[in-house]
Design a binder for this molecule. Structure first.
Ligand code: UDP
Ligand code: MG
Length: 311
């Protein structure tokens, strides 16, 4: 009745714990746990093989040929689900499995809703983190036609047809949070408390979060290009007015044009802005270059538990 997708990248210390917690929580339901080993270099896969040998009825494993990223792992999982409900959960115990039952119960009772998403309340986060996250979502909402809920996580339960809709999007630049909201449907948001990581460390350090955020904006908005055009137009207009003023002053009052210092400032400023705008255009070209190659989103090295499936 529920398939659980669990992306794992170098999570050797967490696999057993998340397995135990998930099996305990879901013991009264029909469930499958689909682990995706996203090219781990530690003992994650060995732990997954152990689990599979112990509990073939409930465990399936997909192993990537290298690290393709969490969004690719989620996509791989979605490709293999069959149950009426699909849940996505991290493997590090930051997202307590007990909430899955709440989400399932909600969807069973409220047929008008299509998915339930857990929202991080950021109560535990530092002031700086909270400010950074809320500013990011505000910016994303400003720039994009889509509406994004601040703190909405990938921890969610989807009905079958939502999964199908997400799989329709084959882009390789997958900002999954954006895709969840792009497909529409009726989403219910529940707030939850994010726990501490059980073992290991986060793979989304500050720098990676920033580049993930920029990717998100580029994937869901072309407004930066329009802003670039606007900046260019405003500067050209100012330059034109200034030119008229200089010509006027020289011709009418015989005033000498001011010296090279102000010229340097203007040239440098314009140069800077030009490079910035070229950079923005370049980012979009790079993205479409990657998309046109149409490379697979992930590659499997091997899988366990799918023998009866057509892969
Ligand atoms: N993850 C993954 N591939 C990656 C990075 C992360 O599958 O390239 C998984 C990771 O194992 C975890 C989840 O995605 O189950 C969330 O990652 P993490 O806990 O590092 O992120 P955070 O919770 O700090 O945002
Ligand atoms: Mg985590």
């Amino acid at each position: 009745m529920v398939d659980v997708i669990i992306p794992a990248y170098n999570e050797e210390g967490n696999i057993e714990v998340i397995y135990k917690e998930l099996s305990n929580t879901l013991k009264d339901l029909k469930y499958t746990l689909i682990f995706i080993d996203d090219g781990s270099t530690d003992k994650t896969y060995d732990h997954l093989v152990d689990l599979y040998d112990k509990d073939k009825k409930h465990i399936k494993v997909i192993r990537f040929s290298r690290n393709f990223g969490k969004d690719a792992a989620i996509y791989a999982g979605l490709n293999h689900v069959k149950a009426e409900y699909t849940c996505i959960i991290d493997s590090d115990m930051q997202q307590n499995p007990k909430y899955i039952l709440d989400m399932l119960k909600f969807l069973e009772k409220n047929t008008e809703y299509d998915q339930v998403a857990m929202v991080n309340d950021y109560k535990e986060a530092s002031k700086f983190q909270r400010l950074a996250k809320t500013s990011f979502y505000r910016l994303l909402n400003r720039l994009s036609d889509q509406k994004f809920v601040t703190g909405a996580s990938d921890f969610r339960v989807l009905r079958k047809y939502v999964v199908k809709a997400i799989l329709e999007m084959k882009e390789s630049n997958r900002f999954t949070k954006g895709l969840f909201s792009w497909v529409g449907f009726n989403t219910y948001y529940m707030t939850y408390k994010v726990d501490k990581r059980h073992s290991g460390e986060s793979k989304f350090k500050f720098r990676k979060q920033i580049s993930y955020g920029i990717d998100g904006i580029l994937s869901f908005s072309t407004k930066p290009l329009k802003i670039a055009t606007l900046i260019g137009s405003i500067i050209s207009l100012i330059a034109f007015i200034y030119l008229i003023q200089i010509i006027g002053e020289t011709l009418l009052f015989g005033k000498e044009a001011p010296g090279y210092a102000s010229m340097m400032c203007v040239i440098l400023m314009l140069g800077g802005i030009e490079i910035l705008v070229l950079g923005i255009i370049g980012e979009y070209i790079a993205k479409s270059y990657i998309e046109t190659k149409n490379r697979p989103i992930y590659l499997e090295k091997n899988s366990l538990g799918f023998d009866d499936d057509i892969l």
